[in-house]
Design a protein around this ligand. Structure first.
Ligand code: FEO
Length: 398
């Protein structure tokens, strides 16, 4: 997208959309693309807030030049140094040699180590203010949302919070950039996927940031990814607040894998047990064919999780093992868990899920069902019972 979009008078979105990158951070799928949001304030002094991934820099630099219209570029504010936002800094320093770069001491460290940039850097303190003329920018340090250097920039005249990764999401901004222009149902799903995949591990730091920002009068939230929230910024703050408290909605996620159909038959009995209490939001994922990104998103959304796996070489089936590694790394709390699985000559799969449950301290619902080779009628009945017990527990939670 080559558009330059006014956010407020003298403040413009000049971000880029990326449909070429298939995997964000080389891990997370981007079927609907992603935006790298960068903003510029044109005042007595000009200030750019964050840049874009280097693969989209040509479009970006063209827009920047048009907005500047012959003016100098005075400041670059770095809210976040991850290369999807810092990737164009090196080129900017060459194109605009007088550019002053603004960040904190941790920003300086990343800048030096990623790009060997040490000159023209101005260290700012938490809560300090940069005066551009009509517009004043106040810096709020919010470490580990998502890296140690992360800060947010608050524009005091229009009360815009340039938030970095916080309040961001996947999905490109090709048809409108504002919350009142885009399909919010789609974006909320992609924002949760982004939150759970990228930021969720740092939930406690998100909570600290939200508490720290609670005294600010915020009219617009402009994150580095996803829509700009000008109509209802409280909406995105509420979402990030709930998700970072690990609050869940009523629903069940069943993740299974099956090599020859036997573990799948157990999943079907569990799923049958999940009917009858008017809980309609049941999501069933085959771990062998579904990217963990989507399973993590649903597990973050819903209260109950059922995990089923064959045993493979005395251990968990690898796609399930990979998912559990990722979930443990994300440190999600307060979930209800059911477990089932199969083995041929020695257990391993179910035992590994039990050990996972103990480490993450999820609430294990009985019975845990483990079948030898293929499930018996009794095994299938037990799976059905486990599904019913999950529902009962779920209903008690809401
Ligand atoms: Fe969008 Fe943590 O970078």
């Amino acid at each position: 997208m080559n558009q330059i979009i006014p956010i407020k008078e003298s403040i413009f979105w000049i971000g880029t959309n990326d449909h070429e990158t298939h995997l964000f951070e080389s891990i997370w799928p981007l079927p609907r693309g992603v935006s790298y949001n960068s903003y510029i304030i044109v005042d007595e002094k000009t200030a750019l807030i964050d840049t874009v991934k280097n693969s989209t820099s040509m479009t970006y630099l063209d827009k920047l030049e048009k907005v500047l219209n012959g003016k100098s570029l005075d400041y670059l504010i770095i809210n976040h140094m991850e290369p999807d936002h810092s990737g164009t800094i090196k080129i900017l320093t060459e194109l605009y040699p007088n550019l002053k770069i603004i960040g904190n001491t941790k920003t300086a460290d990343f800048l030096k180590n990623f790009y060997a940039i040490v000159d023209n850097f101005q260290v700012v303190e938490d809560q300090s203010v940069l005066d551009l003329g009509k517009h004043k920018l106040q810096f709020h340090f919010t470490p580990m949302v998502h890296w140690p250097e992360t800060m947010m920039t608050y524009e005091t005249t229009n009360k815009i919070l340039f938030a970095g990764d916080a309040f961001g999401g996947f999905g490109s901004l090709n048809a409108g950039i504002f919350d009142d222009e885009v399909d919010l149902e789609f974006f909320e799903d992609e924002i949760l996927r982004y939150f759970s995949n990228i930021v969720g591990k740092y939930s406690s730091m998100v909570q600290k940031a939200i508490a720290k920002l609670s005294g600010l009068d915020i009219k617009i939230i402009a994150a580095t990814h996803g829509p700009v929230w000008r109509t209802n910024p409280g909406n995105i703050i509420d979402m990030y607040d709930r998700w970072s408290r690990h609050e869940a909605e009523e629903g069940v996620v069943v993740v299974f894998a099956s090599m020859y159909g036997n573990t799948e038959r157990m999943m079907e009995s569990v799923a049958q047990g999940l009917t009858g209490e008017n809980v309609r939001r049941i999501r069933i994922h085959n771990a062998a064919t579904t990217h963990p990104s989507y399973m993590i998103r649903d597990i973050w959304r819903f209260k109950a999780v059922v995990l089923g796996s064959p045993t493979y070489n005395l251990k968990l089936f690898p796609p399930v093992e990979y998912l559990l590694q990722m979930l443990e790394n994300e440190m999600l709390k307060n979930r209800i868990l059911g477990i089932f699985g199969t083995f041929g000559w020695s257990g391993g799969g179910v035992k590994a899920i039990r050990e996972f449950a103990e480490r993450v301290k999820w609430d294990l619902i009985e019975p845990v069902v483990e079948a030898k080779c293929s499930p018996t009628e009794e095994d299938l009945n037990q799976c059905f019972t486990m599904g019913q017990n999950i529902l009962k527990k779920l209903k008690q939670s809401f």
